[in-house]
Design a protein around this ligand. Structure first.
Ligand code: GSH
Length: 207
C-alpha cells in the first residue's frame, strides 16, 4: 500500500472530501494540518504554491478535484460508465460554484458587499444549485447522485455542504432544510461507518 500524506490547513473546505475518500478506502494517511505561521516556508514545497496537496509515495499532486478524481479512480468510486463519470464530474463542478461564492463572501471589501454576495447565494444561486441536486436525487431513486451506488460526487458534495453549514451559517443551514432529499443525502454520507469514524475524531474547525 502506498504511503499517503495529505497537506492542508486546519480546516475542512477543499480537503475534507479527500479525507473522507481516503477514510472510505480504508487507507492510512497522514492528515497534515499546516500551521499558518509555517505556511510561508511550506508554500515553497508545494508544486503550485497552494494546498491541498496529496503526496503518494513521495510524489506530490495538487488541485483538490484532480486529487479526489484520482482517489475515485484508484478506489472504484468514479462511476461505472463514461456517462456516470461525467455526471459525477458535473456535480463536483457545480458544488465548486457554491465554494466560489463562499470565498467571495469572506473576501468582500466591506459588510455591505458581504451581505449582497450572501443574499445572491442564499436567494438565487444556492436554491438553483440545491434545487438541481434535489431533483436529481428525486429522479435517481437510489439515494445517490449518480447511478445505483456511491461515487466520489456524493462524498465531495456532502463534504462541502458539511463545511458550508458552518461557514455560511445560519442562512445556508436554513436553506438546506428546504431540500429534504439533499439533507438526507448529507446525513447518509456522513453516517457511512468509515466517514462517521473520521468525523468523530477530526479536529473541530469553523471552515
Ligand atoms: N484550485 C485549487 C485552489 C487551492 C487553494 O486556493 N488553496 C488555498 C486554501 S483553500 C491555499 O492554499 N491558500 C494559501 C496560498 O495560496 O498561499 C484547488 O482546488 O485545490
Amino acid at each position: 500500500m502506498p504511503v499517503y500524506k495529505l497537506y492542508y490547513f486546519n480546516a475542512r473546505a477543499r480537503a475534507e472530501g479527500i479525507r473522507w475518500l481516503l477514510s472510505l478506502a480504508g487507507v492510512e494517511f497522514e492528515d497534515i494540518r499546516i500551521d499558518r505561521n509555517d505556511w510561508p516556508t511550506k508554500k515553497q514545497e508545494m508544486p503550485l504554491g497552494y494546498v491541498p496537496v496529496l503526496e503518494v509515495d513521495g510524489q506530490k499532486l495538487s488541485e483538490s478535484q484532480a486529487i479526489s478524481r484520482y482517489l475515485a479512480n484508484t478506489f472504484g468510486f468514479a462511476g461505472k460508465t463514461d456517462w456516470e463519470k461525467a455526471l459525477a464530474d458535473q456535480y463536483v463542478d457545480v458544488v465548486y460554484d457554491i465554494l466560489s461564492a463562499a470565498r467571495a463572501i469572506s473576501r468582500a471589501p466591506n459588510d455591505e458587499a458581504k451581505a449582497e454576495i450572501k443574499r445572491i447565494l442564499i436567494e438565487v444561486d444556492g436554491p438553483r444549485i440545491l434545487g438541481h441536486f434535489e431533483r436529481c436525487l428525486e429522479s435517481n431513486k437510489s439515494g445517490y447522485l449518480v447511478g445505483d451506488s456511491l461515487t466520489w460526487a456524493d462524498v465531495v458534495v456532502a463534504s462541502y455542504l458539511d463545511s458550508f453549514i458552518d461557514r455560511i451559517s445560519p442562512e445556508f443551514g436554513e436553506l438546506l432544510e428546504k431540500f429534504p432529499k439533499i439533507r438526507a443525502h448529507l446525513d447518509k454520507v456522513r453516517a457511512i461507518p468509515q466517514i462517521a469514524a473520521f468525523i468523530a475524531k477530526r479536529p473541530k474547525t469553523v471552515l
